[in-house]
Ligand binder design. Structure first.
Ligand code: NDP
Length: 477
């Protein structure tokens, strides 16, 4: 029997509010409606920003130890409700249970890191007498919260990517208006309940839901917003930067991640990591492995082992505990990815496994005989789709990984330290993972992209730097 969909509300100030229009949120595997959510009107967006702005005056004065306690309580509550929240992610995002619960556990760590960092926000002294004009003066700088942070988030990590904005913002004394992806707003609203329960003061955290091109735009163009922290696709990121005006911005955008497998690599380890990196969350991860460069000496052996492991993946309902690959976020996206595969095949590529689509489910797909100028190599696939490319020269492989409009993360498997150094020096990306794939991330490391992959860095301490202003103090006796 189906449950009655829960009716969710928007969090504005300390109030849970309805609005005139509403939208439905579905289970991405079964299609069942699991929640209805109000769509914020312009007036509601105004109220949310006003509530955040008013709350900033008080919250920015809350001492660090109290901000830390609120975040510690939030982590404890997330831990207490982890299975329930993982089920919500599983259903609204279509993410396999093992990755949904993994996301909640990571989210708890993100908030714990935020609690710790709340106590470490500080400036430094400046040797004023380094200039003759500064003699006899004392100087230091402080880091102060910027004000209202507008957080705009994508569908693929409805909890942890929200927490990467909310945790650092609250740790630093900022207030937040969050606009989650329209496909996955329920986890964000549930987080609002948890934050209130943890003692977050009224107005410090607000959630509004609605389409990016209306609700999102009203938020980013509001002059009371001091900082926009956006995670999503490059075209939307670029359009936000154009419209934002004089605001701080952090942009976490897409990638067409590459990883190199050298002949001296540990193949057992490389194969299992590469399979997970290509297909986890149906490849809908910004650092998903999309371009796999295989040295010709190990290409045949690697390919055989990779295909054997891929054939064993369990595809189906994300709520099943042993599911590896669930649906994509919607059928249009699955059709789009399938059309890229068909186009590559028409241009000479070969499907080694997969290539089949069943509604929203695209089966894990491996392509060989691809050309570097095919869409599956040049653009961000954001689908359970990986392309194999054989090479002879290591330097050439590094050049190909680097030859991308994106620059988020890349990986290289080698036990030769000189090759690892070469890759680190020659690939223009925010992160190079040696003996792992592009997908590696822990939540306190600096994370973000170069080129079309973005501006600025997340990773709790680094996000706090971007959410604070430096205030210089000079004292003359
Ligand atoms: P989108 O860019 O489509 O949407 C992201 C968010 O922006 C959503 O909340 C969306 O709202 C909102 N939005 C859309 N248009 C506007 C607008 N004009 N003004 C303001 N906000 C707007 O991304 P997806 O949700 O499809 O996520 C996939 C993308 O995110 C991929 O490119 C992926 O690589 C990237 N990503 C990057 C990460 C990183 O850390 N670098 C991590 C994860 C994903 P609505 O849902 O209503 O359209």
């Amino acid at each position: 029997m189906r449950d009655t969909p829960r009716s969710y509300k928007l969090l504005i100030g300390e109030k849970w509010m309805d609005d005139a229009a509403s939208t439905q949120v579905s289970d991405k595997y079964t299609g069942e409606i699991i929640g209805t959510v109000p769509v914020a009107s312009r007036e509601t967006v105004e109220k949310a920003v006003a509530a955040a702005r008013a709350a900033f005056e008080r919250y920015s004065m809350v001492p660090a130890h109290m901000r830390c306690s609120i975040l510690e309580k939030t982590a404890a509550l997330l831990e207490e409700h982890k299975d329930e929240i993982a089920s919500l992610i599983c259903r609204e995002a279509g993410k396999a249970w093992k990755y949904s619960i993994g996301e909640v556990l990571r989210g708890i760590e993100t908030i714990q890191f935020s609690a710790e960092e709340a106590k470490r926000i500080h400036g430094e002294t400046i040797p004023m007498d380094a200039s003759a004009s500064g003699e006899g003066r004392m100087g230091f700088y402080l880091r102060r919260p910027v004000g209202v942070v507008a957080a705009i988030t994508p569908f693929n990590f409805p909890l942890n990517l929200v927490l990467h904005k909310v945790g650092p913002a609250l740790a630093a004394g900022n207030t937040v208006v969050l606009k989650p992806a329209s496909a996955t707003p329920l986890t964000a609203i549930r987080l609002g309940e948890i934050l209130l329960q943890a003692g977050v003061p009224a107005g410090v955290f607000n959630v509004i839901v609605g389409p990016g091109d209306t609700v999102g735009e009203w938020l980013v163009t509001d002059r009371r917003v001091a900082k926009i922290s956006f995670t999503g696709s490059p075209p939307v990121g670029e359009s936000i930067v154009r419209k934002a005006g004089l605001k701080k911005v952090t942009m976490e955008l897409g990638n067409n991640s590459g990883t190199i497998i050298e002949p001296d690599a540990n193949l057992d380890e490389a194969v299992s990591r590469c399979v997970m990196s290509s297909f986890a969350n149906s490849g809908q991860v910004c650092i998903s492995l999309q371009r796999l460069y295989l040295h010709r000496a190990i290409a045949a052996e690697f390919t055989k082992r990779f295909l054997d492991a891929t054939a064993k993946l369990k595809i189906g309902n994300p709520l099943d505990k042993d599911c590896d690959v669930g649906p994509m976020i919607n059928e249009a996206e699955a059709i789009r990815a399938e059309s890229w595969i068909k186009e590559a095949v028409a241009e000479g590529a070969k499907v080694l496994i997969g290539g089949k689509r069943d509604g929203r489910v695209l089966y894990p797909t491996v392509l060989a005989d691809v050309r570097l100028d095919m869409k599956v190599m040049c653009n961000e696939a954001f689908a359970p789709l990986v392309s194999f490319y054989e090479y002879d020269s290591f330097e050439e492989a590094v050049r190909m990984v680097d030859d991308s409009p994106y620059g988020l993360q890349a990986g290289i498997y080698t036990n030769d330290i000189a090759k690892a150094f070469y890759a680190v020096e020659h690939i223009n990306a925010g992160g190079i993972m040696v003996n792992d794939t592009s997908i590696f991330r822990v939540d306190h490391m600096p994370y973000g992209g170069n080129k079309m992959s973005g501006l600025g860095r997340e990773g709790v301490r680094f996000a706090i730097e971007e959410m604070t202003n430096i205030k210089m103090v000079m004292i003359k006796p």
